[in-house]
Ligand binder design. Structure first.
Ligand SMILES: Cc1cc2nc3c(=O)[nH]c(=O)nc-3n(C[C@H](O)[C@H](O)[C@H](O)COP(=O)(O)OP(=O)(O)OC[C@H]3O[C@@H](n4cnc5c(N)ncnc54)[C@H](O)[C@@H]3O)c2cc1C
Length: 454
């Protein structure tokens, strides 16, 4: 079934004359197609910055609630770490045999599963210590397509290849300046949603952010092929690997000192890129180059080994996935003790469920939650201190480091995205700030849109 026409899409994005479906290049006005220095001003109710795991959901929810919504994304597609980063196994939507996160994220995930003839895990079977068994493997390409379709259907105006340069609160509205390929734009809006993962908009707006001295390593996701794992001489490979590490040609932390694991998994999220940081173009460039250099060096080493001569890269993501950068300094902060005790905050608006999952240079040992524990997310952890008309969603939620290592996962980020979209929409309609919107109203709007609320 074709759900949306090309004409409708172009009209939604704002790039077509209403006279008819004519190639854009011959009919659109010069200001749409020619690079220029003039700042164009546009108005909207809500601006979402960052079209990743949380931002896509926030934008769809805000638009479905009836607010005009713009989504600015500096990449070329939606989904962020879930798609561009290649971490296409979102979790966890279920806890102790019961679904605890639903809504727009779940709608997208299940549609991607259906349209790819995949199967959902059986959530009634406890996963024991192996929580990835309850993560949902999705086709990331399809997820990107579906996310974009749902945004356009909801009326979200997408702006790819664009980033933010200034944010000023004036006359009860935000004025956000953006720069893109050949565009400079001032977006005047009533509410801002920061879904950049790095709290980039929060920093730009002048609100407080927090960061650890050492952050978790990132991972470049890739897939290798061209070898037969069971027939490899792993003892010989370990010896040769240790020699290369000793000579300084390979860095042992980059594959968690686990060359056997790299070969048995053929890639996925085994790489560990120390110091990975996506906060600025400079740090993100270094992070990407480090991820790719590490893979290339390892590939060259492997191809010298008996049994691996024909090893090759089947796929590789365009970015190194980043686990941790900045978090907001929120009105409330979720601590590890709050998380592992399943504290029920009075302003709880969503659930989160995952082990404490902090990667370091030695690797990772997830710490499972005690049976029956179900952590909640308070609205105030999504709101920077002293902020106005501003809310965040995603991994930059206000939390201490250990709580964040669990809160940052995709199902939780999707849940937060829906909270942020719903809250911003209500705040816009009530001409107030997210902090002053009634928790019951937020919960009921989320529930009306298929979400699950505490
Ligand atoms: C290697 C790795 C493995 C992981 N494993 C799992 C797992 O097994 N299960 C799980 O559920 N989670 C996992 N996670 C965690 C999870 O994927 C992320 O924490 C989550 O997706 C973050 O969502 P987000 O919306 O906060 O950020 P993102 O999805 O990263 O989205 C941020 C978006 O903002 C855009 N952006 C950033 N800055 C700007 C700017 N200035 N202007 C415009 N746009 C901007 C980015 O391009 C991006 O699209 C993993 C993460 C990594 C990196």
């Amino acid at each position: 079934m074709i759900k949306i026409t090309r004409r409708a899409i172009l009209k939604t994005i704002g790039s077509i004359s209403v006279a008819g479906l004519i190639p854009i290049s011959t009919k659109a006005s010069d200001s749409d197609t020619k690079p220029g220095n003039d700042i164009r001003t546009i108005k909207t109710d809500i601006l979402v910055v960052g079209g990743g795991t949380a931002g896509t959901i926030a934008a769809i929810q805000a638009a479905r609630a009836g607010c005009s919504t713009i989504l600015v994304e500096n990449g070329s597609q939606l989904g962020g770490t879930t798609t561009t980063g290649g971490v296409s196994f979102p979790g966890l939507f279920h806890a102790w045999g019961k679904q605890v996160i639903g809504g727009i994220g779940w709608e997208l995930v299940t549609e991607a599963v259906r349209l790819n003839d995949d199967k959902l895990p059986d959530f009634t079977i406890p996963y024991g210590k192996d929580h990835p068994k309850h993560q949902v493997r999705i086709n990331p390409y399809l997820y990107t397509l579906l996310a974009e379709e749902k945004c356009l259907e909801a009326g979200v105006k997408l702006r790819f290849y664009e980033t933010i340069t200034e944010a000023t609160f004036r006359d009860n509205n935000w004025e956000v300046e953006t720069i893109g390929k050949g565009t400079r734009t001032k977006i005047v809006c009533n509410q801002l949603i920061d879904c950049t993962g790095n709290a980039a908009l929060t920093s730009l707006a002048g609100y407080g952010v927090l960061r650890e001295e050492i952050t978790q390593p990132g991972s470049l996701m890739f897939k290798l092929g061209g070898y037969d794992y069971p027939s490899l001489d792993l003892k010989m490979i370990r010896k040769r690997y240790n020699e290369e590490v000793m000579k300084g040609r390979l860095v042992k932390e980059e594959f968690r000192n686990n060359i056997e694991g790299l070969l048995s998994s053929a890639g996925d999220n085994i790489s560990h890129i120390l110091g990975a940081d996506s906060t600025t173009s400079t740090s993100h460039t270094i992070t990407n180059v480090n991820g790719r250099t590490s893979l290339l060096n390892t590939l060259r080493f492997l191809r010298e080994l008996p049994g691996c001569e024909r090893i090759h890269i089947i796929s590789m993501q365009p970015e190194t996935g980043v686990r941790e950068t900045y978090r907001i300094d929120g009105v409330s902060q979720i601590t590890k003790d709050d998380y592992v005790s399943g504290k029920r905050f009075e302003d709880a608006v969503s659930y989160s469920f995952y082990p404490i999952d902090l990667h370091d240079k030695e690797g990772i040992v997830p710490k499972q939650l005690t049976e029956g524990i179900l952590p909640t997310i308070p609205l105030r952890a999504l709101i920077p201190k002293n902020s106005k008309n501003f809310i965040v969603a995603g991994r930059c939620i206000s939390s201490d480091r250990l709580a964040n290592s669990a809160l940052r996962v995709q199902a939780s980020c999707m849940g937060m995205g829906q909270v942020a979209g719903a809250t911003a929409a209500l705040a816009c309609k009530q001409n107030t700030s997210p902090l002053y919107v009634s928790i019951n109203q937020i919960k009921s709007l989320i529930a009306d849109n298929g979400g699950i609320v505490p």
